[in-house]
Ligand binder design. Sequence first.
Ligand code: FAD
Length: 545
Amino acid sequence: MTATTSATHESDYLVIGGGIAGLMFALEASAAGSVTVLTKAASGEANTAYAQGGIASVWSVDDSFESHVEDTLRAGAGLCNRRAVEAIVRDGPEAVRELIALGTRFTRVEEGGEDEYDLGREGGHSHRRVLHAQDLTGREIMRALGEAAAARRNIRVLENKVAVNLLLENDSRADGARCWGAYVLDRASGAVDRFVARATLLATGGAGKVYLYTTNPDIASGDGVAIGYRAGVPVANMEFIQFHPTCLYHPAAKSFLISEALRGEGAILRLPDGTPFMKSYHPDAELAPRDIVARAIDSEMKRHGLDYVLLDISHRPADFVRRRFPNILNRCLNFGYDLTRAPIPVVPAAHYMCGGLMTDLEGRTALAQLYAAGETAMTGLHGANRLASNSLLEAAVMGRRAAAAARTDIMSGGERRAPAFAGWDPGRAMQSDERVLITQSWDEIRRLMWNYVGIVRSDLRLARAMRRLRLIKHEVNGYYWEHLIDSDLIELRNLVEVAELVVRSAMARKESRGLHYTIDYPQTDDANWLRDTVLARDEPVAENA
Ligand SMILES: Cc1cc2nc3c(=O)[nH]c(=O)nc-3n(C[C@H](O)[C@H](O)[C@H](O)COP(=O)(O)OP(=O)(O)OC[C@H]3O[C@@H](n4cnc5c(N)ncnc54)[C@H](O)[C@@H]3O)c2cc1C
C-alpha cells in the first residue's frame, strides 16, 4: 500500500461514522446541503448493529419524563449533568418517532393500535420503556437508516475510508482554531485524500478494542476520541468503562454476548470445579446488579488465576432452554458447547465507554465547526454509569441536535471559505516489512488494559499500566512517522492514545464511584470527587466543576 496521491473532495457536511449517531445527523443535515458519510469498514459494521435490548424512551401513558430522568440520575451515581439528562430524555419520543418514520419496525403489541409497541423493562428502569425489534434492535435500526440514507440524493456513503486526522485552520485553540474536515485513508488504494466540509461530525462509536475481551466489533478502536483529543478537544470521564458480565470465552467467538436473561432464568455462575460463588458477593447472587456480577467474576478469575468461569443453565429442562434462547443456543452449538447439557465458559467483557469528547447539548465541541455525537461524545447523560438502553437514545437525539446546530452555524458563518490544505505528505516513510511490531503492540495494549485497568483497579496496577503504555506509545509514534500508514497502524496509534486517556483518568480519581472501582479508595467521596475528570492536550489533569 502506498500513500502518495491526495485528491480533495468537498461537501457541506462531513460525517465520520455511519452508526445511529452519524446517520441521524446525515439524514437531518441532508435537508440543508450535501453530506458525505465515511465508514471505515463495510457500512453495516458498527456497534449500533449489535444492540440487542433496544432504545429507552418514555412511551406509555403510565410513564413520565421525571421518572426516566430520576432513573438515569440514579444510575449515573452523582455525575450526570441534569440539564443533559432532561434534554435528552424529553427529546426521546420525537427521536423514536423519527426512527419509525424513517422505516424502523419496532416490535408491536399483538393486536395493538398504531402507536402501541411492546415495551421492555431493563435493570435500573422503573417503568417499561425500551422499544425493541425482537432481540435484534440495532440491526433493524441500521437497515432502516441505511435505506433512508441511500434514498437521499444529497447523501453519499463511502465505505472503507478511515479518517486519520482533522484538517485544522490555525492549530491553537487560543488563535480560534477551526475544523474543515479530515485527511482520510482509502483502504483499497492506500491514498490519503482531503475531505473538506464546513461542518464535521465525529461519530466513530466506542473503544471496546482497547481491552482484550469486548462485546464490541472490530471498528471500536476509539478513533474519534483520539482524533478529537489530538486536535485539542477536551475529553472527560474516560475511567468509566462499562463491562458486560458474560461474554462467551472461545478464541473464535470474539465478542459473543451471553444475555443477562440467562441468569434471570436461573443460570448459575460456577468455578471450573463446579463451585457456585455469587452468594458470597451479594444476597441476590446471580441476580445482583450487572457491575457487582462483573466484579465478582473478575475477582474469582484473579484470585484463582483463571481464564474464565462457567455459566450453567443445564439444570433447566432442555425444551425450555431451546424455546427461550434459540439464538444463544445455536451460536454456542456452533462453538461446540451445548447449553442444555453442560456449563459454558464465560468472561466479562468491555462493553460501553461512558466518557468521550466533551460536547454541549447541541453536539458542539470546543473546536469550531467540529461536532461529536453518540458513544464518542460525552454529553453528561451517563455520568459514572450508563442506564441500559440510554445509549441508542443519546446517539439518536444528539445526532439530530448536532445537525441542527451545524446548520445554524454554517448559515451564520456566511461566505467563510476553507484555506488551501496541503496534500498528505508521506515524506520519507517506507513500506512496513515488520508487521509483527504492530500486532505485538496491539496485543500488549489490550492485555495490559485487561489485567491492570479492568473492572477492579489499584494504584499499583495503574502505575504499571501507565509506564508500559508510555513506552508503547513512544515506539508506536516512532513507527508511525517512519512508515506508510494503513488502517492497522492508524488504529494502533489511536488505541494507545485512548488507553492512556483511560489510565490517566482512572489515576486521577481517588475514590470508587459507578463503574470506577479501586481497592485503594473503595469509598465514594462526594466531598472531593463529585466532578468530571477532564483531560485536555498538553495540560495536566484538571477537573471542571
Ligand atoms: C453487543 C452490544 C449490545 C448493545 N446493546 C445496546 C442496547 O440494547 N441498547 C443501547 O442503547 N445500546 C446498546 N449498545 C450500545 C450501543 O449499541 C452503542 O453505544 C451505539 O450503537 C453507538 O452508536 P454510534 O453511532 O455512536 O457508533 P457506532 O454504531 O459504533 O458507529 C461507529 C461508526 O464509525 C465508523 N468509524 C470508526 N472509526 C472510523 C474512522 N477512523 N474513520 C471512518 N469511520 C470510522 C465505523 O465504521 C461505524 O460506521 C450495545 C452495544 C453492543 C456492542
